[in-house]
Design a protein around this ligand. Structure first.
Ligand code: UDP
Length: 327
């Protein structure tokens, strides 16, 4: 196995703080650490996170939780050693960019600052969950980490793109100025169980429409591309980065690239749906293509996604069905 990454066999006796623990990606990160025997402290204000995700995690006695907004300051951790801090608290769906833009900007600036200050005080390792959105509408394809992006600073996505760019800058500043042991991941499109069914992103929209034989809402002409990663693969990639010793950003995702039309057709086929495609205006600044170059991550760890798209769609649809039957 290449260097650098030494994954721990056990983290008994260690404490991990996860900001945004009720979110769909963070809840899977929490599970990795609970399985390794660590104590996990979750924080969330449930602006987009789910109480049901926290209830699931709370079945493990090593999980504790506090309902707070991290921009208001963090709980008093006096006398508690914290070894790892995950900054995963930001809403991330384009519908959130419309509805709660200031909350997004504040959590990625003030919230991240509070977490970094705590990492400095506790000498904890800190990981910022950034995003492929920092590349904007990319001119380089697939995107490598060296590419500095093509972002519209005043567009409707800027609340997220620019605040995550700021969060990365803040993280690197704490590393350079205070020697805080930081990591950065750039998360590409991710889907899977525990996603909000009404999240507004393409996969939950298409699955719900296909399950109900409703029209599939394609924005634009459907030629734009995304590369979709199943959430457990993504959580593994992030965990690998936490246990590397490299401070600069890593792309995390799955390089299998689909046009949005192909994505719709695959979902219709896998779910045996009678849905038809319907076309709607493309949102402003919608990136035309996106695909991660994973060479940097694969040079330091044995990372390779294991869940294929059709399998992942089936698992996600089963989760949505189960949620609907429980409600
Ligand atoms: N999209 C679509 N129909 C939908 C939702 C999204 O065609 O019902 C498109 C959207 O315009 C974008 C792609 O699917 O080109 C991915 O959108 P999503 O909101 O999932 O995430 P993004 O990658 O844009 O942040």
């Amino acid at each position: 196995m290449p260097q650098n990454v030494q994954l721990p066999k056990s983290l008994e006796g260690k404490t991990v703080l996860v900001a945004g623990a009720g979110g769909f990606v963070p809840s899977h990160i929490c599970e990795i650490y609970l399985e390794l025997g660590a104590k996990v402290i979750g924080l969330d204000n449930f602006i987009t996170g789910s109480r049901s995700n926290v209830e699931l995690l709370s079945k493990n006695s090593n999980f504790s939780f506090e309902e707070i907004n991290i921009i208001d300051g963090l709980p008093d951790f006096k006398g508690i050693d914290i070894d790892y801090i995950y900054s995963l608290a930001s809403p991330a769906s384009p519908i959130d960019f419309k509805e709660i833009p200031l909350e997004i900007m504040r959590v990625n600036s003030e919230g991240t600052l509070n977490l970094l200050e705590l990492a400095k005080e506790k000498r904890a390792r800190f990981l910022e969950a950034s995003t492929s959105e920092v590349y904007g509408d990319p001119e380089i394809h697939p995107q490598t980490e060296e590419y500095v992006g093509c972002v519209n600073p005043i567009g409707p996505r800027a609340c997220y793109d620019e605040s995550k760019r700021f969060a990365e800058a803040l993280t690197m500043t704490f590393y350079r100025r205070y020697n805080v042991d930081t990591r950065i991941v750039r998360i590409f499109n991710t889907y899977g169980p525990r996603m909000r069914p009404n999240d507004g992103r393409v996969i939950p929209n298409f699955i719900n429409q296909a399950m109900n034989d409703e029209n599939i809402t394609i924005y634009g002409d459907g030629t734009q591309t995304r590369s979709f990663c199943f959430v457990t693969d993504l959580a593994q990639a992030i965990h690998n980065v936490m246990f590397s010793n490299i401070h600069t950003p890593f792309n995390c995702g799955n390089p299998d690239e689909y046009s949005i039309t192909e994505c719709a057709e695959t979902i219709i086929k896998v779910l045996g749906s009678k849905s038809e495609l319907s076309y709607h205006p493309l949102p402003e600044d919608d990136p035309k293509k996106r695909r991660p170059n994973l060479a940097k991550l694969q040079a330091i760890s044995e990372y390779a996604p294991v869940i294929g798209f059709e399998d992942g769609i089936t698992r996600t649809a089963n989760y949505f069905k189960e949620m609907a039957s429980n409600s």
